[in-house]
Design a protein around this ligand. Sequence first.
Ligand code: XBP
Ligand code: MG
Length: 238
Amino acid sequence: MQAEAAILAPSGAADLIRQAAALIFDVDGTLAETEELHRQAFNHAFSRHGLGWEWDRAVYKDLLRVTGGKERMRAYHARLRIAAPLSDADIAELHRIKTAHYAGLIETGCCRLRPGVAELLAAAQVRGQRLAIATTTSHGNIDALLSQALGTRWAADFDVVVAGDDVQHKKPAPDVYLEVLARLKLDASDCVAIEDSANGLIAASRANIPVLITRSMFFRDDDFSDAQAVLDDLAGLG
Ligand code: XBP
Ligand code: MG
């Protein structure tokens, strides 16, 4: 059950945001609803590879507990009772096909930033707050999304970008958040993490960073009772 005392009113969430020296954003599900495109891209790779796998939304929702695309495919393979062996090279090739297809989907412009995101980024910069990214996905996928949504010079607005393969352990381990804090040279309590999933909440909380949750499509019924604030989206926070 959610601990209601932990959930701030939207005005409290706005104060939480405004008081922070830096805002640290998750990407998938937080900046944009990308997970459905990731799902389609995985299925494209499975079909190209002749695997006969098809992840429907219910299966994908369950598999999202495993963070990281390569790790997610390995976890699914391990669940199958009878499955041809998949080598590391097979996983790498599947992930290469998936990533290329995902970039193509993103380039169509079909995946816009979620409500309030662009306004919050702009307002934070006007206030002199620093911006960072802590994500499980790859630098290539971040660039595909943000080049499309914010323009090709998007990276100039972010002080720090840490992706899944930059650290030893992906979320829910705190590694990406600890790396962001080290590069920002800020204390955890001076930052706010903006996340959409329980795994992201756990990762940031393990790094002692206060967390604001923006509920997304696949994770809306996760347990967010340890978050400082839980909102449906970031509209009105700028
Ligand atoms: C996002 C993920 C990612 C994407 C796929 O988690 O788990 O794995 O689904 O990206 P979070 P890759 O939003 O918590 O960072 O295939 O590039 O791993
Ligand atoms: Mg996410």
